[in-house]
Design a protein around this ligand. Structure first.
Ligand code: N01
Length: 533
């Protein structure tokens, strides 16, 4: 029977990044449901659509920053760089969309403004930015963890005559050539941008609030033989990735840092510094860098020694040396510290010399210096998780808004569902696995697909998680996080990059393998923690 109703769907997916594309494919092509995916952007790609800033690239390796479900696209993809850059990433995602014929069910340039659950009919009603109305039985949020950009309030913003941009909303036609550029922020984005911008801008001024532990990425061209080896060992490699903690495709260390001699420790750090990659340095050198203060100190001391060695001006080196623990999401890029030896790059350490205000010509710092700029770039990050959801009004049972349900902190059961919001799923919802994201996304998409498939088979119209299950998962995530050093440093991982927000646990730090085992256990126990009725 032909279904001509263009406004009612079995499932609606919000977002067409890595998660949304695979979710659409899973529900439509594998489960045979009638599905539509929406995205406010004018192209697919999610994060990789918006983050077009110079230097944007994945910082986990090309062979792990892709789908494993789509072996054919990966096999046909002859990548040449150890890390995929933003344009290539978009090309890859578009190729997946094309290969699976997904475009006809993707509606671009359409944001979802609200989603309201009807408790009698068991359907969600969605309103869009284009003024349309759609209904669906299942709603899947694939809206990402980091999509709501954060631009801090700085006095005098309206006076500045130059251009202001955020890296997460980079205009495609913006060039840095010959410009005096300022950048605020030295996270994963900032360091990538700084290295790229130093080669393009007339002058680059970096405004640094916290010094960053940055290890070399080891970016390089890879050989045909390297790519062939990946293709020949596809299943085995992906099996290893799914059964690891951080899912980055390297061997994670099982040796604690303090169990070896000082000489051996330095050798291991040096070896990994040479190979490059942030996750590898944190998890491949020793097993306990992120949990044991002594191990963490050893790694931090090693990086600080490298900074002093690389940066020629001792005062600049001092400013670049982090003083806190090495416990943010690891950061890497090629030649980060070397960049500060360039004559067209200068560094302002904000704790020593804060920004007073923006002027017509640039940034005025407390020492009275006006840093003249044509362009001010905010690499100041995102509002983790909640930011992505707060852009919509989502109402579940009893008309409760998601914002209200999450008033203390966002929470979920297994990162995929939240109590009081039936038939609503999340990919990378709060307390999903902290790991390289594509394998984490695949794990959830496949599991949500199985759950929906199972419910469809049982003719069960409503799937919802319980408050007890959600509270228990939140407690588990808090317990594991407290065992690590990550909560001891303020960063977006705990939502603390937003002024006034208290630390909240937003990830499951037990590793992807552990997370997948938990998903399996729950499914095998007839989806324990869910009520199906
Ligand atoms: O954001 P961040 P990001 N005044 O929050 C500073 C992923 N990612 O976009 O450290 C002055 O990490 C802030 O300072 P501080 C990746 O998961 C992936 O860089 O809070 N400075 C910090 O330096 C990553 O972890 C890739 O003191 C202010 C910076 O801005 C995540 O995205 C590439 C400030 C924000 O750093 C987020 O990275 C890029 C203020 N008021 C990103 N407010 C890949 O390669 C903030 N800052 C896949």
């Amino acid at each position: 029977m032909i279904d001509n109703d263009k406004t009612h769907f079995d499932a609606i997916v919000i977002g067409t990044g890595f998660a949304g594309i695979y979710m659409l494919h899973k529900l439509r092509n594998e489960l045979g449901l009638k599905v539509r995916a929406f995205d406010k952007a004018s192209g697919v790609g999610g994060t990789w659509y918006w983050n077009k800033y110079p230097g944007a690239r994945a910082d986990t390796e090309s062979f792990v920053y892709r789908y494993s479900f789509d072996k054919e696209t990966s096999e046909g993809w002859d990548w040449r760089n150890r890390y995929v850059d933003q344009p290539e990433m978009l090309g890859y995602l578009q190729a997946v969309v094309d290969r699976h014929g997904l475009a006809k069910d993707i509606q671009l340039k359409t944001g979802i403004d609200s989603a309201v659950f009807d408790e009698v009919r068991h359907v969600w009603t969605l309103t869009t930015s284009t003024g349309e109305l759609f209904t669906t039985r299942y709603l899947v949020n694939a809206v990402g963890v980091l999509s709501k950009i954060v631009i801090p309030q700085i006095p005098g913003r309206d006076k500045f005559q130059g251009q202001i941009v955020h890296t997460g909303a980079w205009p495609a036609d913006l060039s840095l050539e010959g410009k005096r550029v300022g950048v605020i922020g030295t996270g994963s984005t900032g360091v990538q941008f700084i290295c790229a911008a130093s080669k393009l801008a007339r002058h680059l001024t970096v405004f640094q609030r916290s010094a960053q532990f940055c290890v070399p990425a080891g970016s390089r061209q890879v050989s045909e033989a390297y790519v062939a080896e990946y293709k020949n060992n596809f299943e085995q490699i992906w099996d290893g990735i799914r059964n690891s903690r951080i899912a980055c495709g390297f061997e994670e260390s099982g040796v604690s840092a303090m169990s070896v001699s000082e000489e051996e420790r330095q050798k291991v750090f040096e070896h990994h510094w040479e190979i490059g990659n942030g996750f590898r340095f944190m998890f491949g050198t020793f097993s306990d860098i992120a949990v044991d203060p002594a191990a963490n100190q050893a790694a931090s001391d090693f990086i600080r020694a490298k900074i002093r060695q690389i940066v020629k001006d001792p005062d600049t080196a001092r400013k670049l040396c982090p003083t806190d623990l090495y416990a943010k999401r690891p950061v890497c890029t090629n030649d980060y510290y070397e960049t500060y030896n360039l004559p067209n790059v200068s560094l302002v350490s904000l704790p020593e010399n804060p920004i007073k205000e923006l002027t017509a010509n640039g940034v005025l710092t407390e020492d009275g210096v006006e840093h003249k700029l044509d362009l001010l770039v905010f690499a100041t990050g995102f509002e983790t998780v909640e930011g992505s959801y707060n852009q919509m009004e989502i109402r579940g049972r009893g008309g409760e808004t998601l914002q209200h349900h999450w008033k203390d902190a966002p929470s979920s059961y297994l990162g995929v569902a939240t109590a009081g919001f039936p038939n609503m799923f999340m990919v990378l919802g709060p307390n999903s696995a902290f790991s390289n994201l594509p394998p984490s996304i695949e794990s959830q998409v496949e599991w949500i697909g199985e759950l929906i498939g199972w419910a469809e088979g049982e003719s069960t119209p409503v799937i919802e998680t319980t408050r007890e299950a959600e509270e228990a998962w939140t407690a588990t995530c808090k317990e594991i996080a407290a065992y690590t050093l990550f909560p001891k440093v303020k960063s977006w991982i705990f939502g603390e990059n937003i002024a006034g927000k208290s630390s909240r646990v937003l990830f499951y730090f037990g590793g992807l393998a552990g997370y997948r085992a938990k998903l399996r256990e729950v499914a095998d126990a007839d989806y324990e923690g869910f009520i199906l009725h």
